[in-house]
Design a protein around this ligand. Structure first.
Ligand SMILES: Nc1ncnc2c1ncn2[C@@H]1O[C@H](COP(=O)(O)OP(=O)(O)O)[C@@H](O)[C@H]1O
Ligand SMILES: Cc1ncc(COP(=O)(O)O)c(N)n1
Ligand SMILES: [Mg+2]
Length: 573
């Protein structure tokens, strides 16, 4: 049976949460009764100590209880102690978005509220000091915070309260962004704060991230105009006690690169990235520090956290170059990296509609080879003939070639407002930002695909039985592909369900259904006449792509379908 000494040794050796979550139930009972009288002092003396999940009391009785929640999933957690920016480009709002983008939970202690936009800061109202203390206590006494990140700390009192609370509730790392002046030049923390920063806060920090103005202010107005100056500043700031110093060079004059200097007391690292030409750099400092905190919370060392954070800012600025919010000189950027693809599309992706399934064209690489055409040419012809959705089903293509073809097809589909789905290959769909995927019963489960693709992409599932159809709904699919309705050469060993099987599947589900398998001009009408409202169309391979003129065949099939009773109503385009 494990002893007190064993557990206290483990607690010190395992500066993470694994010890308890992997402890067998029998041993947990033992821990409940365990007394480790010297543990609290160990906790307080060990600077990098991570409070193990489940240890809810660290009073004089030592380890008093293991909470019931120790099997819950541990989520990396950053607490930001900063000011609110009403324009949401910097401050608390930037921190929340940066942490969300990096997949980390972020709680917030608000120190000040600013009236701020892309023009500048119009007003500042500090939160009363005792209320900052109350917020800190609320979060730190209840939630397992891994890393604290500070931004705007507008008064000496707030800095002191923060430092005192952090001694009471130690965390894994402290990231200090010594915010003093906004990018617009407005003062967020006056010079009177400098000595408290130097004497109290900086010595507790694992990393500080001053920009050029802030580094200069902390060093009594030292001139910082070159990368060499930044190195000297980093060394001098390191002497004030922080474990690492990152001097940010976003505002370095005449520099075509954005250069930051990291100094860990031993080595200098020059982190260089191309300077993005954009007005949308408001909030870069806050977001960089939050991203560093997020990576530290995940357990990465400082150097890799800083590298990831810098790459993140560079990518986000690149994505947001054209982002136009507000009329002032300093715009916000898009933390979630979602705008580039939208702004570059000629047609915005629209939500999925069941009527998209009306004439569903599924490509086949062997047929294209046989007829000597590229996938993109085949897709273009099908759309010209009236296909309403396209699926790329390239079973034998090399991934690299498939991705290139998918990108070419996506361009065509987007320009015509036709959704493009990828068969089976969720990775390819993500890589080319396709509109969705179609998965079979032995492919990646739809619910996993949904997690990977997010809520907006289209997911279709092949189903032959009512049970599979019900599962597709539960898994979050958007439509069902049901078949083979008729025998087909396109798919080996495929059992057919016939029109009866199709009807059974349709009736078992609320989802829209597209019929597939051996469907051609001759039988499409019969399929659509089975009279179930959620049968929305037919999916076709050979009848379009194994023919001399894809466009003509698609057009013919289109007119057959127009004459059918689709989804209980005559189809009107
Ligand atoms: N135009 C830009 N292109 C690429 N990176 C930039 C640009 N402007 C700032 N950065 C980077 O953003 C981060 C924040 O830097 P900086 O703007 O100097 O800080 P602050 O926002 O605190 O003034 C740094 O990593 C810096 O190199
Ligand atoms: C509330 C608040 N906190 C911090 C900043 C600094 O912004 P930047 O990251 O652009 O230096 C800001 N403008 N407002
Ligand atoms: Mg900046």
């Amino acid at each position: 049976m494990a002893s007190a000494a064993f557990f206290s040794t483990c607690l010190l050796a395992n500066k993470n949460y694994l010890l308890l979550t992997s402890t067998p139930a029998s041993a947990k009972g033992h821990i409940n009764n365990l007394r480790v009288p010297n543990l609290p002092s160990i906790v307080l003396r060990t600077e990098r100590f991570v409070r193990p999940r489940g240890f809810v009391a660290m009073g004089d009785e030592g380890v008093s209880k293991v909470s019931d929640g120790d099997s819950r999933m541990k989520i990396p957690h950053v607490l930001t102690v900063a000011g609110s920016d009403s324009g949401a480009g910097a401050g608390i709002q930037a921190d929340l978005k940066a942490c969300a983008a990096r997949g980390v939970y972020c709680s917030t202690v608000i120190t000040a509220v600013t009236a701020q936009n892309t023009v500048g800061v119009q007003g500042v109202s500090n939160v009363p000091e005792d209320f900052v203390a109350e917020q800190l206590k609320s979060v730190l006494s209840d939630m397992e915070v891994d890393v604290v990140k500070t931004g705007m700390l507008p008064s000496i009192g707030i800095v002191k309260i923060l430092c005192k609370t952090l001694r009471e509730f130690p965390v894994q790392a402290l990231v200090v962004d010594p915010v003093m002046v906004s990018t617009s030049g407005d003062v967020l923390a006056g010079p009177s704060i400098l000595s408290t920063f130097r004497e109290v806060l900086l010595p507790m920090a694992d990393i500080i991230t001053p920009n050029l103005k802030e580094a200069s202010a902390l060093l009594n107005g030292m001139r910082l105009e070159t990368v060499d100056d930044m190195r000297s500043a980093a060394r001098l700031l390191h002497d004030m006690g922080p474990k690492n110093v990152l001097v940010k060079g976003g505002d370095l004059p005449d520099s075509s690169d954005a250069v930051d200097i990291l100094y860990d007391g031993l080595n200098f690292y020059e982190l260089c990235s191309p300077r993005i030409r954009t007005r949308n750099s408001h909030g870069t400092g806050c977001s960089l520090a939050s991203c560093i905190a997020a990576e530290l919370a995940k357990g990465y060392p400082v150097l890799s956290a800083v590298k990831v954070a810098k790459r993140y800012i560079e990518t986000a600025l690149g994505y947001s170059k054209e982002f136009g919010i507000g009329n002032g000189p300093q715009g916000p950027f898009d933390h979630l990296l979602r705008l580039k693809s939208h702004s570059q599309d000629c047609h915005r992706q629209r939500p999925f509609s069941p009527s998209d399934l009306f004439l569903y064209a599924v490509t086949d690489s062997r047929m294209n080879k046989r007829w000597g055409r590229s996938i993109a040419d085949a897709v273009q012809a099908a759309i010209d003939g009236g296909a309403t959705i396209v699926q790329l089903r390239e079973k034998d293509a090399e991934t690299k070639d498939f991705l290139e073809s998918a990108k070419a097809c996506l361009k065509i589909c987007r320009s015509r407002g036709v959704p493009l789905l990828i068969n089976d290959r969720v990775d390819v769909a993500i890589a080319c930002d396709a509109d969705g995927v179609h998965v079979g019963q032995s492919d990646m489960p739809a619910r996993v695909a949904r997690t990977l693709l997010g809520s907006e992409k289209i997911i279709g599932v092949s189903c032959k039985t009512p049970e599979q159809a019900q599962q597709a709904w539960v898994d979050g699919a958007d439509y069902i592909g049901c078949g083979g309705v008729y025998p087909t050469n396109t798919k080996e060993n495929n059992t057919t369900v016939g029109l009866d099987g199709l009807k059974t599947v349709c009736m078992a589900s609320k989802l829209p259904v597209v019929a597939i398998g051996g469907i051609a001009m001759s039988n499409a009408h019969a399929v659509m006449e089975i009279g179930v409202p959620n049968l929305k169309g037919v999916a076709v391979v050979s009848a379009l792509f194994d023919r001399e003129c894809i466009q003509t065949e698609t057009r013919k099939l289109h007119s057959v379908l127009l004459g059918s009773n689709v989804g209980g109503t005559r189809h009107v385009l």
